[in-house]
Structures are given as C-alpha cells and as structure tokens.
Design a protein around this ligand. Structure first.
Ligand code: NAI
Ligand code: MG
Length: 357
C-alpha cells in the first residue's frame, strides 16, 4: 500500500496565494517521483474571510485541521485588518491548540545568494534555531493594578515548567544527533534573570548528560546575538526560550540572506496533533498580486513538511534542487537580483525533481 498523507492547505493573504501553489507544484512532483500520495484540503481562511464573516476561520476550523497530518500555510495578515486580529484568529490558535511546542528555523546560506555579512560563504552559515513555542516569557500570567493613578503598575510572569523546558532541550539534542557537527548551543541570561534562567541552565546541563556524543556551549543572549553576526560558523543547533528563540529566529535567517528563501516549521514532535509549515516571510502587501515574489521559502517549508512526515529522501531531493538552481543560475526572482516570475521558479524546481535531481 502506498504512503498517503492528508494536508490542510491555507494560502492565507497576499503573496501566500502566490507561493502556496508553487509549493504544491513541487510537493506534487516529489510525491510522483518518490511514490507517496498527498490528499489536499484547501481552506481560504484569511483576512478576506474575516471581513466577510467576522472570523479568521470558521468555528469548527480547528476540528477540520485536526483531521490532517500537516498544515501547509502561506502567510497571514493584511493592512486593513489589525495584525493582532489575524494572528490571534488563526496562527496562534493553531500553534497553541496543536501544542506545536517547537518552532524550527534552518539558517543556511544558499550558494549563489548573498548574506549581509562580509566575507562569508555557504560553508560558514548552516545552523538551526530551535525556539520554545508555548510558555516562557510569553505567558498570560500577570496584570495591571491601580490603573491611571500614580501607583499604577504592571507585571508579567515568565513561566518555565520542567516539562516545557525539558522537551524543547531534548528536541534540540535529538536534532544535533542527526547532524555531522553534533553541537548544541543554549541561549541564556542567567546573569540578569536570576530564577528562570539558572533553572534553564540547570536543565540544559542535565539533558546534556544523556547525550555524551554532543558538544555543548552556552552564551548570554546579548553576546549570542553579536556572535551570530561575527561568528555564524560557531553554530550548529541553537536552542532558546520563547523570547530568546523569537529574537534569534529572526536574526538567524537574516544573516543567512533573503527573507524570500527562509522556511520555518511549528512542530508537535510526538505527532499527537498536526504540525504547521510556513515560510518566514509575511504577506508582502507591497509586491502582492504581481507574481514576482520568491516561492523558495514556501517550497523549502514543504521540504521540511515531508521530512516531518517521514519522507526524508524526497525532502533532501527538494533541498538539493533548490541549491542547484541557486548555484547554477536557474531562474531567480527580483529579491535575488533576477527577473523571473514566481511561477518560473516553481516550475523549474518541479521539473528538476521530476528529472531526478
Ligand atoms: P513581509 O515579510 O510580508 O515583507 C517584508 C519585506 O520583504 C517586503 O518588502 C516584502 O516585499 C519582502 N518579501 C517578503 N517575502 C518575500 C518573498 N517571498 N519574495 C520577495 N520579497 C519578499 O513583512 P511585513 O511587510 O512586515 O508584513 C506584512 C504582513 O504580513 C503583516 O500583516 C504581517 O503581520 C504579516 N506577517 C505574517 C507572518 C506569518 O504569516 N507568519 C510573518 C510575518 C508577517
Ligand atoms: Mg518573530
């Protein structure tokens, strides 16, 4: 019997509607070549839906998504709907509701693309940022008192549970096991944040004991940001709390080059719920509707989805074809200095997959 996966497809807003079809084109080519089936459920949930119905997704949206193996998302957000409405109406409920406690971003400089860092090439920038995605600094524990008076104060508590900390650390170590360098770096700030961060460090040291083959180090978040820029070659897998991981997972892809290429995943590693795969970029209202955006971030996110589903060979093939296209002067969009349209890039990659690349 052939392997079969059910995918919920949510293009969302703006260029999401242009990149997702190219992602699907390449996934389809990979499915044919590697002999698995993808069943697609298409959902038009977006800011447009919100304007028509007052909801970003229907009331039973989560139940429908729950039936899928993975969610393939474009981008969500449009200027005439406040970002907190679109974010909290669609992305956050999915990430929290499906306990996607890992946010994963590869930061890999592709051949034939530019990094803003001087004198760095693909061999220097190839690491992952692993961010805790459910607790930590982004808790809803806190409040405001004596509002509008001179005694007014606000507080917000960070929440670090052993369960929450250990599972993200474990994921980082397991990921490092699969990589040649086998190294994990922890983002901390135990010199300034005196309860939660020493606890994070303690759990990190404890987890490291179970992985004697993995090299470890740790840096305070401030100097770690500097090292991302000055020594990107030091890193292999970098793990951080929700806040520190958030910062690093924008900085990492930025040092690796174009926003149009960067992929990301929101993962529930146990596969108790569907995971979600989406490019790092947003809906790009400034270029939407012209079919000039770069679809590679979306296509690479598709490769991450296949890897999560267990189709590693197909995922590797997609990545190889992306690298080859960029290295060998295949069609490229304007953000990479070319003239090609979104569809030209998608078609070229689908053909490369079909041709055995
Ligand atoms: P953005 O990522 O949409 O655009 C930033 C800049 O990068 C723009 O100049 C855009 O043209 C360019 N760009 C982005 N993706 C590109 C691609 N694939 N090819 C070529 N150029 C590309 O970020 P912005 O403008 O801050 O946000 C626009 C909307 O997207 C907002 O509503 C925001 O909330 C939403 N957003 C959604 C995200 C998500 O769905 N996860 C992530 C980031 C933003
Ligand atoms: Mg962010």
């Amino acid at each position: 019997m052939s392997r079969s996966y059910r995918i919920a497809v949510v293009p969302g807003d703006g260029i999401g509607k242009e990149t997702v079809p190219e992602g699907l084109r390449v996934l389809d080519a990979a499915a044919r070549r590697f002999g698995f089936d993808l069943t697609l459920d298409h959902y038009d949930w977006s800011c447009e839906t919100y304007k028509k119905t007052g909801r970003m997704m229907p009331e039973d949206g989560m139940e429908r998504l729950a039936e899928s193996d993975s969610i393939f998302l474009g981008a969500v957000g449009w200027p005439d709907v406040p970002d907190h409405v679109s974010l909290w109406g669609l992305l956050i409920p999915i990430r929290r509701g499906f306990d996607q406690y890992i946010s994963l971003r590869p930061c890999k400089l592709m051949p034939g693309t530019k990094t803003p860092l001087a004198n760095r090439g693909p061999a220097d920038i190839d690491f992952y940022v692993v961010r805790e995605n459910t607790e930590g600094e982004y808790s809803s524990s806190g409040g405001r008192m004596f509002e509008g008076t001179p005694r007014e104060f606000v507080s917000q508590e960070s929440v670090f549970t052993r369960h929450g900390v250990d599972r993200v650390l474990k994921y980082a170590f397991e990921l490092a096991q699969t990589r040649p360098r086998k190294k994990v770096t922890s983002a901390t700030k135990s010199n300034g944040i005196t309860f939660t961060m020493p606890y994070w460090d303690e759990r990190f040291a404890e987890m490291a004991k179970s992985y004697p083959g993995i090299t470890t180090d740790q840096f305070h978040i401030d100097i770690l940001c500097a090292h991302f820029v000055q020594h990107p070659d030091w890193f292999d897998v970098v793990v951080g709390s929700n806040l520190f991981g958030d910062i690093l997972s924008d900085l990492g892809p930025a040092v690796a080059g174009s926003i149009g290429i960067a992929p990301s995943a929101n993962i529930n590693p146990e596969k108790a719920h569907p995971s979600m795969f989406e490019p790092v970029h947003g809906s790009a209202p400034d270029i939407a509707g012209k079919f000039i955006c770069n679809p590679i971030g979306q296509i690479w996110s598709g490769a991450m989805m296949l890897e999560h589903l267990g189709e590693k060979e197909a995922a590797d093939a997609i990545l190889r074809c992306i690298e080859k296209l960029l290295a060998e002067g295949g069609p490229r969009t304007r953000d990479l200095g070319g003239q090609a349209g979104t569809e030209d890039v998608g078609r070229a990659l689908a053909q490369a997959i079909a041709a055995g690349g």
